[in-house]
Write a protein that binds this ligand. Structure first.
Ligand SMILES: Nc1nc2c(ncn2[C@@H]2O[C@H](COP(=O)(O)OP(=O)(O)OP(=O)(O)O)[C@@H](O)[C@H]2O)c(=O)[nH]1
Length: 281
């Protein structure tokens, strides 16, 4: 994002602003057309000569207003496991984020159970097995291509039996446009609610920052299928700016909870909106 705002400062230094160009560059920074238009409208309404710094300031004010100042941390629920369902399109970093989140909660002293419900990709189960051994966290898995809802259910039983604080279910990557895969996700959601109607307590959509604005459409479709409670933005160590988390919050009211900054277990942090907005500059 820093580069994005720097480019705004450099490109719009002259008083005669090309509004279309400005709107286009705000959209290309993944802020989404709705917010881009609001920022442009706001700037146009100011009756004085505007420079790059004013644009950045106004954009920051708008972003700040949209993002909640703090996002509550993941707290366990007394007496039962808190169930976290990790969802998203293919290759966004769901399995890695599942492991990273387990690591973070484990380090906070919580007891975790992992469910390898990505039964479609054998490598995902292997990947999670490696992580679970490395992090010493129990993992529930099933035979290849078994029903992912059944794996989640078994995971839930294990979490109850072992009095775990959290059950984290990794799911297969699915295109938000594939009806049958979204139906499968709804089934997982339903089955998890069998023993505890409030489960899953969190549904976290994993978005790859490098896919840009497309993540908004993914979020819309997933949110339509099963209500999302949060977003994990991955690969922020790459070229992606992560700006899309702003329109996801604005349009769907779904906050970003965590960010991924690399491939290692430690490359994961709770989302800090203040820092995110500050780093825009
Ligand atoms: N640089 C970087 N790479 C990441 C990050 N998160 C995940 N990755 C990498 O992205 C690739 C895909 O990650 P996975 O966790 O396998 O993705 P997935 O969403 O589970 O994949 P599918 O199950 O196929 O949908 C792997 O090479 C990860 O190491 C991140 O924050 N930064």
């Amino acid at each position: 994002m820093a580069g994005f705002f720097k480019s705004l400062l450099q490109r719009f230094t002259k008083p005669d602003i090309d509004w279309d160009e400005l709107e286009a560059s705000l959209i290309s920074g993944d802020l989404g057309p709705r917010l881009a238009l609001q920022i442009v409208k706001d700037l146009k309404s100011r009756q004085r000569t505007l420079h790059g710094a004013d644009i950045v300031q106004v954009a920051r004010e708008h972003v700040r207003k949209i993002l909640p100042e703090t996002v509550p941390p993941l707290e366990p629920i007394p007496g039962k496991p808190k169930v976290l369902l990790i969802v998203g399109v293919n290759g966004t970093g769901k399995t890695t984020s599942t492991a990273k989140l387990a690591n973070l909660l484990h380090k906070r002293g919580y007891k975790i159970v992992l469910a390898a419900a990505d039964t479609f990709r054998a490598a995902a189960v292997e990947q999670l097995t490696v992580w679970s051994e490395r992090l010493q966290i129990p993992l529930v898995k099933g035979p290849p291509n078994c029903d992912p809802a059944a794996v989640c259910f078994d995971g839930y039983e294990k979490a109850v039996k072992t009095e775990a604080d959290f059950l984290i279910c990794d799911t297969a990557g699915r295109l938000h446009t594939k009806h049958n895969l979204m139906e499968e996700l709804k089934k997982i959601h339903r089955i998890l609610g069998r023993k505890d109607t409030s489960s899953p307590h969190e549904v976290l959509l994993v978005c790859d920052a490098t896919t840009g604005g497309n993540a908004l459409q993914q979020a819309r479709e997933f949110h339509k299928a099963i209500p999302l409670t949060g977003v994990i933005v991955t690969k922020l160590d790459g070229s992606g700016k992560g700006g899309v988390l702003v329109p996801i919050q604005q349009e769907l009211g779904v906050p970003t909870r965590f960010i991924g900054l690399g491939e290692k277990a430690e490359d994961f942090q709770p989302f800090d909106s203040k820092r995110f907005v500050e780093e825009l500059l």
